[in-house]
Each structure stands twice: as structure tokens, then as C-alpha cells.
Design a binder for this molecule. Structure first.
Ligand SMILES: Nc1ncnc2c1ncn2[C@@H]1O[C@H](COP(=O)(O)OP(=O)(O)OP(=O)(O)O)[C@@H](O)[C@H]1O
Ligand SMILES: [Mg+2]
Length: 414
């Protein structure tokens, strides 16, 4: 598309900013700030409460994450580590679309927070040399939000809708023809004078992201050409991400330190990047020029992140199921109330990792601690609990992210 200004547009509702990328080819080093560092470490040390998890091991985005995001977010598929199958599918499809001179088919990404859905949407736009418009489901409430949005689209643009499961019904219905046939129906007048005009739209790519794939209507899901599930990352993949982030932030780190961080990052790049910053600050505070394994481990220990990436609240969650409910099953709402967390956060943010790593099972009757959880916490299992766990291993797990969404006809599923 010659002569077209390429870039990124943030639309209302997702404060992602529309600044051009500032990262240099080698990555701009981020200077450490010793004064700030000292304060934050001391603050956290005295603040031994559960809020710590929301700033440290939460996979939800914090303002500190946003600040360093621009420098460390991969821009191209070649820099994006992990999700191998998904990447090769995207590479193939992007190349095919580019060689035909067409827009890429619509893509839906689903999976727990912090695994790289938004990053992939930007990567797609970069690879397609297209502009990206960023918005989110809740900000597209009224018809005029949608109309204003599609009005800005140009041929080949990427429209990214985060939290797409939160689109209002009206917005969803207005979007259907836009997604399927690249037209939009405008309604004018009232009562008998109502008129509908069908306007053509340029061919664009819708990229949707959600942490709650189960809440998406079938009608909307069916309209995506690709439905892609993001998985938790392996230790090796996270080590790659940690090493890359450390290099961009200009932090010298030994392999043992890289691995120590990767092992405790809950399978999540956002947390891995946060732990790199934390370990960097800790090392800086201690005057270490090169971060070795021992420094990284003591930094992580001081924040009570254990060797498997569980923090105080993870362990407390498991202890509550074990001690208060004899290993479960316990309902989500009851558990959320006991732990003082809202049930959505518990379900979307904390549980997926604990389930995926085999600490919790999600059964039709509620959450149960596994034998592995007892073992990790060093708790003995009574005979009743053992047989309960054994019986439960026969029960089908209700884990959204452990199961793939069933593909629809003509839909590529990764
Ligand atoms: N594969 C990857 N390689 C390197 N870094 C990654 C990768 N995936 C994600 N990241 C990093 O992790 C951070 C979080 O990713 P991103 O914001 O894309 O997650 P998300 O899935 O959109 O989360 P949410 O559901 O909260 O919106 C980004 O800053 C990015 O730098
Ligand atoms: Mg996102």
C-alpha cells in the first residue's frame, strides 16, 4: 500500500498509546535507578501482605510493566520466543496473504493473561506492514463506537479488540457483517422513517484476544479464520525470554540466574520480565556487577517466590483447600471469599497456572488439591484424602485452557 502512513493507533478504551516504537535495533538500555530501587525493596520487605502478589507474581499488567513494555516487547515473529506451532502457522498464513496482496484472515487468540496475545497482534501488523488500531470490548458499547471505529479502517489494517468476550450484543451484531462481508449497516431515522444503508468497508484483519474463551458467543467465534490457544511457556522458552530481556535492559546475568528466574516465572513472559527487573534492582542494590544464580535466588527468595514459582498466596490458597476443606472439593465462590479475592481474578489469573502445573484440579463439584500439592507443601495425606484424590482422577477436569475450543468448519485451529 504505497504512500500510506503506517503506524499504530490507540482507540478509546485501551490506553496503549500511539507513540511510534522507540526501541533501537539492539534494544535501548534502561538505566537502573538506585534510589528508587532501594525504596521499593525496603517497602516490599516491610509490606508482608497479600497485595504483594498483585504487583509481583500477578500475570495482570501493572504500570511498571507498561513502562518497560515498549523496550522489551518483540516486534517481529523472529523475535517472538515459544508458541512454536502457532508461530509457524502464522508465518505460513502471513506469507500466503502477503503474496496474494490480501489482508490476513481474522485471528482469535485465547489464553491466560501475560502470555503474549497483544504482542502477537502487534507482530501480525508489523509482519503485514499494516497499521494497527487497538481497542477493547468494553469500550465498544454503542453503535456509534463501532461505526467510528470501522470508519477509520483502511485496506489491510489490523483491528485489535482486546477482551473481545466483553463486547456488547449490539456491538457484536453490528460487527458480524463487517467481519464477514466487509460491510456495515447504518440505520437512520425512527419508526416508519427508519432506513438502513449498507456501506462497504476496506478489507481488514480483526485480531481478537480473550482470557475467557468460554464466554465468547459461537456466532462470533465462528467468524474467525484462525482460533489460536496460547500455552504456558516451558522453562527453556522462558530462559530465552529472560536472557533477551536482560540483554535489552543491559543487565549482565549468568546462565544460572537466567534459569532461576525462568523456573519461577509461572510459565508467563510478563512475570519473567517483571522478575528480571526485580532481580536487576536487587543486584544493583547489592552492588553486583554481574547477576549470578545465588544473587537471583536470594532476590526471589526475599519475595518468597518458591522454586516452582508459587508465592505466598498460591501456597495459602492450597493450604486453605487442604486445611479448611480437607483437600476439597470447594466451590470457587467459597474459596474466593475465604482468600479475599474476587472469583473472576481467582479463576482467570491464579488458577490456570496452578491447574496446569498439577496443584489443583477443577472438578464439577469444585476445586481440589492434588497429591502433588500435598507433597509440595510437605503435608501428609489422610487415607480419606488419598482415596478422594484417587477417585477424582477419574473425573473429567473442567479446565478451559487444558481443552482446546472445538474448531468450526473451515477454521484453522492451533
Ligand atoms: N513470546 C514472547 N517472547 C518474548 N516476550 C514475550 C512473549 N510473549 C509475551 N512477551 C512479553 O510479555 C509481556 C506480556 O505480553 P502481552 O501483553 O502480549 O500478554 P497478553 O496475553 O496480551 O496479556 P493480557 O491477557 O493481560 O492482555 C509483553 O510485554 C511482552 O514483552
Ligand atoms: Mg493483552
Amino acid at each position: 500500500m504505497p504512500g500510506k502512513e503506517r503506524g499504530e493507533r490507540a482507540l478509546p478504551g485501551k490506553g496503549t498509546g500511539s507513540k511510534p516504537r522507540t526501541k533501537s535495533a539492539g534494544g535501548a538500555p534502561e538505566p537502573a535507578e538506585p534510589r528508587e530501587t532501594k525504596t521499593s525493596i525496603e517497602e516490599v520487605k516491610v509490606n508482608e501482605n497479600l497485595n504483594r502478589r498483585s504487583t509481583l507474581l500477578s500475570c495482570q499488567e501493572s504500570s511498571a510493566d507498561l513502562k518497560s513494555e515498549q523496550a522489551v516487547r518483540p516486534d517481529r515473529l523472529g523475535e517472538y520466543i515459544g508458541q512454536t506451532r502457532l508461530k509457524s502457522m502464522l508465518t505460513m498464513s502471513i506469507n500466503a496473504a502477503k503474496s496474494r496482496g490480501e489482508a490476513l484472515d481474522h485471528v482469535l487468540f485465547y489464553g491466560p493473561p501475560g502470555l503474549g496475545k497483544t504482542t502477537l497482534a502487534r507482530v501480525i501488523a508489523n509482519e503485514m506492514q499494516a497499521r494497527i488500531h487497538l481497542t477493547s470490548g468494553p469500550s465498544l458499547e454503542r453503535p456509534r463506537d463501532i461505526i467510528g471505529l470501522v470508519h477509520q479502517l483502511e485496506e489491510g489494517d489490523v483491528l485489535f479488540i482486546d477482551e473481545i468476550h466483553r463486547l456488547s450484543r449490539i456491538a457484536e451484531e453490528l460487527l458480524y457483517p463487517a467481519i464477514e462481508d466487509f460491510v456495515i449497516d447504518l440505520t437512520t431515522g425512527k419508526g416508519h422513517a427508519t432506513r438502513t444503508m449498507r456501506l462497504p468497508l476496506p478489507k481488514f484483519t480483526l485480531v481478537g484476544a480473550t482470557t475467557k474463551a468460554g464466554m465468547l458467543s459461537n456466532a462470533l467465534r465462528d467468524r474467525f479464520g484462525f482460533v489460536c490457544r496460547l500455552d504456558f511457556y516451558t522453562i527453556e522458552e522462558l530462559s530465552g525470554i529472560v536472557a533477551r530481556t536482560a540483554a535489552i535492559l543491559n543487565v549482565a546475568m549468568e546462565t544460572e540466574a537466567v534459569e532461576a528466574i525462568a523456573r519461577r516465572a509461572r510459565g508467563t513472559p510478563r512475570i519473567a520480565n517483571r522478575l528480571v527487573r526485580l532481580v536487576r534492582d536487587f543486584g544493583h542494590y547489592q552492588g553486583a556487577e554481574i547477576i549470578d544464580g545465588a544473587t537471583a535466588s536470594s532476590a526471589l527468595d526475599s519475595y518468597q517466590v518458591d522454586a516452582l514459582g508459587l508465592d505466598v498466596t498460591d501456597r495459602r490458597l492450597l493450604e486453605i483447600i487442604i486445611d479448611n476443606y480437607d483437600g476439597g472439593p470447594v466451590g470457587l465462590e467459597t474459596l474466593a471469599a475465604t482468600i479475599g479475592e474476587d472469583s473472576d481474578t481467582l479463576e482467570d489469573v491464579w488458577e490456570p497456572f496452578l491447574i496446569q502445573r498439577g496443584f489443583i484440579q477443577r472438578t464439577p463439584r469444585g476445586r481440589m488439591a492434588t497429591a502433588f500439592a500435598y507433597q509440595h507443601l510437605g503435608r501428609a495425606m489422610s487415607a480419606t484424602v488419598s482415596s478422594k484424590i484417587l477417585l477424582n482422577s477419574e473425573v473429567k477436569q473442567l479446565d478451559l485452557f487444558a481443552e482446546k475450543l472445538p474448531p468450526q468448519s473451515g477454521q484453522a485451529e492451533v
